[in-house]
Design a protein around this ligand. Structure first.
Ligand code: SF4
Length: 277
């Protein structure tokens, strides 16, 4: 490294190199989340997240939208990670918490609560008291994209945040549940960047997909599980039912040592039971 390179300043928040420079240098999730929420590396997504917050949806006219990158949500010793694709414009981008404030989140949190992994079945806003047990929710893209579709460049720019998050979680991490094929495709290169060895050909997404990533010099074995995304398009049509999602999460929870609710059939209409109950 010559002298000029040595004196190069660290990239600023609106520099495309901001995540790749700062994320691997974070020593804990608190620092990572703090830096992440100031990221402005993707101009199109910064403009979109802020425009949505100005225009707002009629039902949320009184809301002061978060309008920033949405950090992961869940304890730092989580053994299971649930990965979507990106926050929703009027969900996470409004409330500032992953999967919070929209129908997709309602479905996911009901499933988590059924298994005793969430303290309540609903997730309305960041101050609602919800806590997660052993599970952390995150995404490969942390800003809401137009039409829920980040560009490949935006996806790649954001990759370092999730790679660093998985690195920080990795001592205890045992299972990763991916919601939807887009999230699956986005996550595979993140796992490779974070040090796991992926099989070739790359594993295909499907509901119920289950791939074991073997231990490496740097990483412990991790199980990768796929579920259809709990979007309204999937849940309204019955492509993804509550028992289907609960079954995948139950399998991940078992791998993660989070306990198994008794019985094998999901009955979401019954009061939720905790693993110890
Ligand atoms: S999508 Fe990721 S990299 Fe892009 S601005 Fe948001 S947090 Fe930063």
């Amino acid at each position: 490294m010559d002298e000029a390179e040595a004196e190069d300043p660290a990239p600023g928040a609106d520099d495309r190199g901001f995540p790749a420079y700062h994320a691997p240098r974070c020593s804990g999730l608190g620092e990572l989340d703090s830096l992440l929420t100031g990221c402005r590396a993707c101009p199109r997504l910064v403009a979109w997240r802020e425009e949505v917050a100005q225009v707002r949806r009629a039902a949320f006219q009184d809301w002061d939208y978060w309008a920033r990158p949405v950090p992961g949500f869940g304890p730092p010793d989580a053994t299971v990670v649930v990965v979507g694709l990106a926050p929703a414009a009027h969900g996470g981008n409004r409330t500032g918490r992953m999967f919070t404030g929209d129908a997709t989140g309602d479905f996911l949190f009901q499933a988590l609560h059924t298994l005793g992994l969430a303290s309540q079945p609903t997730s309305d806003h960041a101050g609602d008291g919800l806590t997660l047990h052993g599970v952390r929710l995150t995404s490969p893209v942390h800003c809401a994209p137009p039409a829920n579709r980040p560009t490949p460049l935006e996806r790649d720019t954001c990759r370092s945040w999730l790679a660093a998050e998985l690195d920080l979680l990795s001592p205890g991490l045992r299972a990763v549940v991916v919601l939807g094929g887009f999230g699956w495709q986005a996550l595979l290169p993140v796992l490779a960047e974070a040090g796991w060895r992926l099989p070739r050909p790359r594993p295909a997404f499907g509901h119920g997909a289950h791939v074991v990533l073997p231990a490496t010099e740097r990483r412990q074995e991790v199980h990768l599980l796929g579920s259809y995304h709990p979007s309204q398009r999937n849940t309204f049509t019955g492509r993804l039912t509550m028992p289907m999602l609960v079954d995948v999460l139950r399998e991940a929870a078992g791998i993660g040592g989070l306990g198994q609710p008794s019985g094998h059939t999901c009955r979401p209409e019954r009061p939720a039971r905790h693993p110890e109950g």
